[in-house]
Design a protein around this ligand. Sequence first.
Ligand code: NAD
Ligand code: DAU
Length: 336
Amino acid sequence: MKTILVTGGAGFIGSHFVRHILKSYEDYRVVNLDKLTYAGNPENLRDVEGDPRYAFVQGDICNSELVNHLAQRTDMVVNFAAESHVDRSIMGAEAFMHSNALGVYTLLDAARRHGVERFLQVSTDEVYGSLEEGEAPWTEEVCLDPRNPYSVAKASGDMMARAFAVTYGLPVVVTRASNNIGSFQYPEKRVPLFITNAIDDLPLPVYGQGGAVRDHLYVTDHCEAIDLVLHRGAAGEVYNVGGENEANGVEVTRKILNLLEKPEDLIQYVKDRLGHDMRYSLDSSKVKALGWTPKHDFENALRLTVEWYAANEAWWRKIKKSSGYRMYYQKQYGGR
Ligand code: NAD
Ligand code: DAU
């Protein structure tokens, strides 16, 4: 049996990855270390709770004693744990520096001390900065140019991972993915926020003129890429993971409204995000050369996502009714 320590496994992408590993490898155990911040939700993994190959530990990746204890019995680490929402990082970035920078260091150091055979850092295309229309997609070779507090903290984690690979020869790999969509995504990110608002006939707050472009990746395609890089990626290397599904804010919003048969007058243009990155685009040839290809185009990914939120109202209504969510929503959108 091999043991994978998955951190942040109670969040959106991490919960899909835990499920993917348990389904794909009979001889793997998964230990899920998650602090259960506002974004961590044990309900995301109800279906695997009874699996004897799965264990949950509530804790912080910055807790060196705990992380070293777990690393003793770990073959591989896959680090999803992070503060992940750009708008929250603009409100205040301390928690982002804690989890996305110091947390990565704490995990890397424990992995080194205990001879972990593979460490995968889950990162983001945001570390590359922002592209203009017509500029070529980013390859893994371009210099990092993060521009918001979230992406700066993530880039710190990437750089520390690189330092551990170069300095200590730790077998680290890094993946940098584009905007994930799918089930179990906390409804603060654009796609689940707009779907759930539209279901309730509430306004969809589009930042600025809705011209910012994002690439979209279905969450299960991302998990398959991480699995491949974990097992077949070259130590010390970075792999971009993009869906080749670029769309701007207006296009994404209209598609959501069409799928739900809701009117376009739900769109409300609001004050732009500070320092808004205008375009992300990835060249994913390197991970494709390992044998990965995304199975979902944007239409299919978005349709599956809309269908899931429409069929799982209890999951998101509980979140949207909570006082923490309502306070955040008022702070973020109240004066916009
Ligand atoms: P999420 O916010 O849904 O989940 C993050 C999880 O990490 C939560 O369960 C939370 O409780 C946990 N966590 C946070 N800080 C922790 C800490 N200090 N110790 C232990 N657990 C902690 O995030 P997500 O969207 O699933 O993103 C997962 C990872 O993927 C992040 O590292 C993010 O930067 C990266 N990423 C996300 C996307 C995306 O589109 N969502 C794209 C590319 C990369
Ligand atoms: O690209 C990968 C990144 O994608 C991940 O690293 C981040 O963790 C993840 O949150 C996501 O970041 P974005 O900032 O791109 O995602 P978000 O859903 O917050 O915003 C997507 C676009 O939609 C962006 O151009 C801002 C816009 N937007 C967002 C919100 C929340 C709106 O117009 N209105 C909104 O209310």
